[in-house]
Design a protein around this ligand. Structure first.
Ligand SMILES: [Zn+2]
Ligand SMILES: [Zn+2]
Length: 122
């Protein structure tokens, strides 16, 4: 990571001190696709997780409550947080499309979690 990376992934604001940013990581149901480079300012992070409730526990989307399987969820967590939030496809796309690092933007109509693709592709 370089100093140039210390910008909020959501609003683009420069985060003056690493301590002011919130690190987060996420993966789409496959740990090998984990992205650990997430960084948000405290304000954007608070907004992003405001409606998610407590992470972990139920096999359901943390945002809308729809049932989701482990391989068909976006798993989102802060480093050191014992369990992840799960997001269904629609909420995963909504979350990821807020990130400046996600380019090109995902299309909710065609978005699929990669675990399914892999089974078809030996
Ligand atoms: Zn921000
Ligand atoms: Zn959802």
């Amino acid at each position: 990571m370089t100093i140039h990376d210390l910008r909020c992934d959501v609003c683009g604001r420069v985060i003056p001190l690493p301590a002011d940013g919130v690190r987060f990581s996420y993966h789409p149901g496959r740990a090998d696709l984990r992205d650990d480079s997430g960084l948000a300012c405290a304000q954007c992070w608070a907004e992003a997780v405001r409606d998610l409730g407590e992470p972990g526990g139920r096999a359901a989307c943390a945002a809308c409550g729809a049932a989701t399987s482990r391989s068909a969820s976006l798993h989102l967590r802060r480093p050191g947080q014992p369990s992840s939030w799960r997001l269904c496809a629609a909420d995963a796309v909504a979350f990821l499309n807020r990130l400046r690092t996600v380019e090109p933007k995902l299309d909710p109509a065609t978005f699929r979690f990669p675990a399914r693709e892999r089974r078809r592709d030996p």
